[in-house]
Design a protein around this ligand. Sequence first.
Ligand SMILES: Nc1ncnc2c1ncn2[C@@H]1O[C@H](COP(=O)(O)OP(=O)(O)OP(=O)(O)O)[C@@H](O)[C@H]1O
Ligand SMILES: [Mg+2]
Length: 285
Amino acid sequence: MTDPFASFDASSSFSLDSTLSFADVEPGDGQRWSTWPAITPTERGPQPWPEWVVTSAGALDTELGILKTGKEADVFLIERAVPDDPTQRTLLAAKRYRSEEHRSFHRSTVYTEGRRVQNSRDARALAKKSSFGREVAAAEWSFAEFNALCRMWELGAPVPYPVQVNGTEVLMEFIGTEATAAPRLAQERGDRHVLADYFTQVVDLMRIFAAAGFAHGDLSPYNLLVHESRVRVIDLPQIVDIIANPQGLDLLHRDCVNVCDWFARHRVDCDAEELFAELMASSYA
Ligand SMILES: Nc1ncnc2c1ncn2[C@@H]1O[C@H](COP(=O)(O)OP(=O)(O)OP(=O)(O)O)[C@@H](O)[C@H]1O
Ligand SMILES: [Mg+2]
C-alpha cells in the first residue's frame, strides 16, 4: 500500500494561491486529494453524516503534523478542505496502524478470540504471514476500530465520529480546538467537583458499552479525552464481548479498576467492585 504522505516533511510549508481556480489546484507536499469519493459506502461513517463532514471531490487532505506516535499506530492531524471555501473545511484525526513488524507492542490474542475474518483470501494471507498478510493484519485492527466506533456512535456513546476507514487508516473527528488536541484525562488537574463530574460521565459511557454487551477492554485515563468539559472515549479496536469472550469479565473488571484507581487517587469517591457489579448486571439484562 502506498502512503501518499510518505515524503511529507513537517518543516516544509505550502501555499495555495487564492486566485487559482479549482481546475488549477494540484496537491502539494503533504497533500492528497480527499480519499472520501473513492471510499465504499460501507466504509464511510454512519448516516446521517454530521454537517461538518466534507464530501466534496474537490477537497484536499493536508497533513498538518503528528499528534502521537503510539505502540501500534500513529495518529496524525489532517485538514480536509475545499480550497478557497471556508465553509468546507474540517480537522480530522488519522489513526494509521502499522503492520506487525513495525510495532513495539503486540496485542494479546485474548482480544481476537472469536473474531472472524470476513474474506477468505484475507484469511489465507493472514495464515501464511506473507507481507500482504501482515498488511491485512494491520487493516484488521483499523476495521475493528472503525466498526467499534460506528457501533458506539450509533448507541450514543461519546466517541469521535468515525468518518471513514481506508486500508490501515481510520479517519475520525478530531477532538480539540484548531491545532490543539484535547488533553487526556490523565493530565487533568481539576478540583474534586469537576473530577467527580468526569467520573459520572465515564460511568455513563461504560454503561452504554455494557448495555450493548461490550467492555472497552483498554480503558484508562490515557484513552479518555476531555474537551469543553465533556469526556470522550477513544482507542476502541479491542472492544470485547463481555459474555462471548472468555476473558470478557476479566477485561471489564480491569477497566473498572483502572478507572476507579485513578479517580480514587484524585479524591473522587468511587468503588471499582460496585461499578463492576452494576455493569456486569446490565450486560446480562
Ligand atoms: N480523535 C482524536 N482527536 C484528538 N486526539 C486524538 C484522537 N485520537 C487519538 N488522539 C491522540 O492520539 C493519542 C493516541 O491515540 P490512541 O490511544 O487511539 O492510539 P494508540 O496507538 O493506542 O496509542 P497508545 O499506544 O498511546 O495507547 C491519544 O492519546 C490522543 O492524544
Ligand atoms: Mg491509546
